[in-house]
Design a protein. Sequence first.
Lengths: 213, 189
Amino acid sequence: MSDDHHEQEPDDHGHHPHPPSDLEARALALESLLVERGLITSEAVDRVVRTFEQDIGPMLGARAVAHAWVDLEYRKLLLAQPKEALTRLGITQHQAEELVVVENAPGVHNVIVCTLCSCYPWMVLGLPPTWYKSAPYRSRVVIEPRGVLREMGLELSEDVEVRVWDSSADIRYMVLPERPAGTEGWSEERLAEIVTRDCMIGVARPAVPAGVA
Amino acid sequence: VNGVHDMGGTHGHGAVAVEKDEPVYHEAWEGRVYGMLRGLLRAGLFNLDEFRHAQERLPPAQYLESSYYERWLAALELLVQETGAELRTESLPERRVEPRFKPGDRVVTKNLNPPGHTRLPRYARGKHGVVGSVHGPFKLPDTNAHHLSLDWEPVYTVVFEAHELWGEQAELRQTLSIDLSQSYLEEEP
């Protein structure tokens, strides 16, 4: 791992940019033990770290959504057989859990959560943001979804049905948001840029940037 | 376990704090912890249900005060200590059950309060819902988390009206879909 500081050096002047924490020391000790026992290799850990920093993230889900917006057949496939649909786009690092794509429609809004831990569709969205794993979101979005969404900047009108999906077993969810008006004729690449992680969790809607015709 | 991890519908946790442009890992050690977890699951030192249950077994105050990866680190340390970092070789009894329900069936969740692991959230116990879809079979977490047996069961996405779960506090026009193992469900009488 990056080691830009000295392990045991006391930080006696308060200028240390990154004092070694107790947690970091514990993680290092655990990794050393597990490597010594032959259970893991540091190279494999490096690869996981890098993969989720570089290769797997919300840009994958956004590509699938943008493609589904321009290709009706693909949209049907994404809803019916999500992993098959992702494979067609070259997205092949699939998680073991089943993936279900739920679609927003006029009058229907979907939002995902895991109240018991932090289940998340990492194969299309990468690792979850801290707020998704936090007590406020996990406790509240199931009992007051409109209130939570409003706080997060998404106001749903009263006639919209809210469907909350609590990922409590071996199924992971991704929201297929609605394509916003004003994006007619856009390329898939341009469409994918407005499909944010939060849109695919269901706490935001894709927005056309202000000033764009 | 009826633990603090089972947060659905509990009060007092405050507003959702969103960090703008959040990095994938805040500290390098967090990525190491994530990588170690994946490596150990692959090696078979423990399974994902055991890992979840290890977090649930942390003292409640520690669970709530710890950051996410801090909790993971504590759970990994606990499991490594308990297993002695030795891989298990024994094979577990395996069971399969026939699906009992189909989409559209009305079901009621059992009122289970096991001291061990379960994935039936407290807010959904003893509640009436409708089977939306059928998945699996998957290993029942309640026995898998204790390395007792491999109980392959269908999992049903059960749709509940918010009013059934939250009574008069429910927001209007809301449903909750929860994925539930067959063992958690009974036919609606």
